[in-house]
Design a binder for this molecule. Structure first.
Ligand code: NDP
Length: 293
């Protein structure tokens, strides 16, 4: 069963999409009368998007929004029941989804998942590397195992999925009517500023940003756009994995502000991948409205 806040998120998502469709059209007409050519958005119909960490939070919302824009979606994570719930929501909305149970921190599983996705849908146009874990605590108190888990998932897992997926993105860019493919990394404000208690997490996100920038330059000629999205604090299950004292500290830090919702971040991913091929939005930093850090 989806969590109650995910049901609310899916309702909000439907409302958001119909708002965009309604207001996008009206704004386009008004701009034309003012002599401005509205920015063209591409539909994702006929494309396939693979989203890691799609069983909850930002990944689940991203998969749903990309489906609303027409993509067939491949949902990757470990909790099959939660993936099935997200897939059921996509299918109830008229979309097509494949739920793949996969531990991307496991050496062999990520390439196998990509193979299954390609076998089912024949292509992959968009990869959203979203799966991640955040374990906080002072360096003196943190078990080494926590640092290793973050590196295994946030860095090595991302590298594995990306490595397995790059040839498919290049091929998709060559034969897609859109003329581009997209690789989006979900980083963090912690990928821009390192703070006490978050050193190893920041290391993983700074590293992903460097990797993305290098790939961006390499893949321009192959028409694969590479982007990073850096969310501030988002209301998801991310903090549930923290040790008790850290979880309480994280919750009290955000108690007085309204956090971002997962669909706020998914909205930014959708913005990136629906741009016309002449546009490359390479980086989006999106904080909660009252977030000072
Ligand atoms: P969630 O905990 O809700 O989502 C994390 C996702 O990663 C889940 O779907 C989880 O699924 C998946 N995952 C975890 N381990 C593995 C694994 N070994 N193999 C495959 N999938 C895995 O948190 P968020 O939605 O917040 O996190 C998504 C991303 O956003 C992360 O990269 C995080 O660092 C980033 N982020 C989050 C912020 C926030 O405030 N929430 C702020 C900035 C960035 P399952 O357990 O089923 O495998």
């Amino acid at each position: 069963m989806p969590y109650p806040n995910e049901v609310a998120a899916l309702d909000a998502l439907s409302e958001w999409v119909s708002h965009r469709v309604r207001h996008g059209g009206a704004d386009g007409e008004r701009l034309s009368t003012m002599g401005v050519t509205p920015t063209r958005h591409t539909t994702l119909t006929g494309t396939v998007a693979l989203v890691t960490g799609a069983s909850s939070g930002i990944g689940a919302a991203t998969a749903s929004i990309l489906s609303h824009f027409g993509a067939d979606v491949v949902l990757v994570a470990r909790r099959k029941d939660r993936l099935d719930a997200v897939a059921a929501g996509v299918e109830a909305g008229g979309g097509s989804a494949l739920a793949l149970e996969c531990d991307i921190a496991d050496t062999g599983e990520a390439p196998a998942a990509v193979d299954k996705a390609v076998a089912q849908f024949g292509r992959v146009d968009t990869l959203v590397n979203n799966a991640g874990i955040m374990l906080l605590g002072s360096a003196l108190d943190s078990p080494l195992e926590e640092w290793e888990r973050m590196v295994a998932l946030n860095v090595l897992g991302t590298l594995r999925v990306t490595h397995a997926r790059l040839p498919h993105l290049v091929r998709a860019a060559e034969d897609s009517p859109r003329g581009v493919a997209d690789l989006v990394m979900i980083s963090s404000t912690a990928g821009r500023v390192a703070r006490p208690g978050a050193g190893a997490y920041a290391l993983t996100k700074f590293g992903i940003a460097a990797f993305a920038e290098s790939l961006r330059q390499e893949l321009i000629a192959r028409r694969v756009r590479v982007s990073i999205v850096e969310p501030g604090t988002v209301d998801t299950e991310l903090v549930t994995h923290l040790r008790d004292d850290m979880r309480e500290a994280a919750r009290s830090q955000v108690a007085s502000i309204e956090q971002l919702q997962p669909e706020d971040v998914a909205d930014e991913v959708a913005h990136i991948v629906t741009r016309d091929r002449r546009v490359a939005v390479n980086e989006i930093l999106v904080r909660a409205g009252k977030q000072t850090w």
